[in-house]
Structure formats: C-alpha cells, structure tokens
Design a protein around this ligand. Structure first.
Ligand code: ADP
Ligand code: MG
Length: 141
C-alpha cells in the first residue's frame, strides 16, 4: 500500500488507522530520514491502540513501553544504538515474540536481528511535491 500525505495530521491519521488494525505479535519497522515523520506516525499509531499517554521519541532510552492501550505497545527508536547486542540487553526478544505490538524507528540499523515477519513502513519526502509532502509505503513481509 502506498499513501501520500500533505500534513503531519494526515500522517498521524494514517498511523492511527494502522494502530486500530494492529494485532498482538506484530512488529512494525519504520524507516526514513531524520524529520520525515516517523514519530508523528508513531503518535497516531499509539492513539489507534487506545494509548492516552503522550508518546515522544525516546531519545536517551531505546525502548519505551506503554501499557494503557488495548495491548502492550513497545516503541523502539534505535537511532542511537551502538551495537545490536544492546537490543539483547533490553530484552527485545520478549517484545518481538510477546503479546504486544512493536514499532521500531530506524529498524534498518538492526536488520540482522529483526523477526522474519514484519510490517515495513517507509516514509519519504519529495520536495518537488512540496515541503509537507510524504509518500508512505506499507508492506508486510
Ligand atoms: P522523525 O521521527 O522521522 O525524525 P518527526 O515525526 O519527529 O520525524 O518530525 C516530522 C516533522 O515533519 C514534524 O515537525 C512535522 O510537523 C513535519 N511534517 C511536515 N509535513 C509532514 C507530513 N506530511 N507528515 C509528517 N510530518 C510532517
Ligand atoms: Mg523520531
């Protein structure tokens, strides 16, 4: 699926739509340059899961857990990860193969330890189409 958005609100709504459909055990992998809208998408996704707590990029912690939605939500931002072994220390396996849903910003940085089946979400700009334009590709693998 490919969606085009022209504002942060539209990207939030797409995230929310997918969050509503999310199922336990799914791992959403989010990629795209800095400032492209990964966190905006994630905030919508969390809302779709029924999470009311504010969701931000966990800048100094790789993992933020939210328990107040319809299932546990594990939000990873691995931008600052030094080595994939840090993921083990966090206990990522329990998250990946548990009863909640995972969303990983910058998942390409930890490609080698991702589960076999994921949902890949890629957000891209195209400045020719405007500053706020984003093309969002969602594919299940
Ligand atoms: P990332 O997490 O990918 O680094 P953020 O979600 O933190 O990016 O920031 C995205 C920025 O881009 C925000 O300032 C947001 O307002 C802006 N923006 C402009 N247009 C869009 C759009 N169509 N979708 C998402 N964000 C947008
Ligand atoms: Mg972010």
């Amino acid at each position: 699926m490919i969606r085009e958005t022209n504002s942060p609100e539209e990207t939030y709504l797409l995230g929310e739509e997918l969050g509503k459909k999310a199922r336990p055990g799914q791992v959403y992998c989010l990629n795209g340059d800095l400032g492209v809208g990964k966190t905006v998408f994630t905030q919508g996704f969390a809302s779709g899961l029924g999470i009311r707590e504010p969701v931000n990029s966990p800048t100094f912690t790789i993992l933020q857990e939210y328990e107040d939605g319809r299932m546990p939500f594990y939000h990873f931002d691995v931008y600052r990860i030094g080595d994939v072994s840090e993921m083990d220390e966090i206990g990522c396996e329990d998250c990946f193969y548990g009863e909640g849903v995972c969303l990983i910003e910058w998942s390409d940085l930890i490609r080698e330890i991702l589960p076999e089946h994921t949902v890949q979400v890629t957000i891209e700009k195209d400045l020719e189409k405007g500053f706020d334009y984003r093309r969002i590709t969602v594919e299940s693998r």
